[in-house]
Design a protein around this ligand. Sequence first.
Ligand SMILES: [Zn+2]
Length: 306
Amino acid sequence: MLYQRTIAKKISITGIGIHSGKKVTLTLNPAPADFGIQFKRTDFLNAEVLVANALTVGATENNTTLGEGENAVHTVEHLLAVLYGLGINNVYAEINGPEVPIMDGSGASFVFILKETGISSLNRSKKFLVVLEPVKVEVGDKWAIIEPADKLIIDSTIVFTHPQIKNQHKVFEFSCESFIEDIGRARTFGMLRDVDTLKRRGLIKGGSLDNAIVLDDYKVMNPEGLRFQDEFVRHKILDTIGDISLIGHEVAAKITTYKSGHNLHNLLCRKLLGTESAYEIVSASSLQKEAVQAFELPLALAPSFH
Ligand SMILES: [Zn+2]
């Protein structure tokens, strides 16, 4: 049996939002089985809870935002990717500002914090969304397709004219262990020449070399360099996992993306969820052993029973 997971105890994280530049405290609380991931803004009265679901996404420009207008939580994708990556299905997240802290621009800090907090198994089986027929979305020359496979596989291609990025392609076969090793640590990135334009649009006010890879026209400006030679495509896979986790279940499917971004990932989720014949929701017990084994955690993170 593969059980749903939550966190062992409450934990608070303080940091700044990359776009808002605002300091925020995010408190993650354990939650019961089938609760899902839910966010609540605590900095104004009577804010409605925002369920982490593809249909709750209000904006996808430079980040994934749940909700709209005043009651919104921006930049949820890296936290959601880590929760998916560690097989954590149920968390109640309270946040006293508009944006999840960016930490170091990757998922590494969240993995570290959750390792300290501990993970609990709940006495209910995980549910998987199994894809039955291909679903494709296209916007201009960008596209993404989700199709049947025994386990989650992400085949990602990014194309940039920048000499340090160029074309990068990676196929990632999901397991919690490989997520932590190969994907979770990959940082977000941006071009120095775009900084002014983005700031004028109210974005990346909190961005710096501490929370993003920054490139000038020729090279990476961060003195420590890259964490992986292909860190850029690895980060795209991190974003894809975070955005696809908004399907609300573990996923058994192959996802292939070409020049994708948050918008395309969300369109793919919405089209899939809107195509009844394209998927079914099943209990983990009816899946291939391999899909279940992928959710085994390394010893340091092994779940205890709640
Ligand atoms: Zn990202």
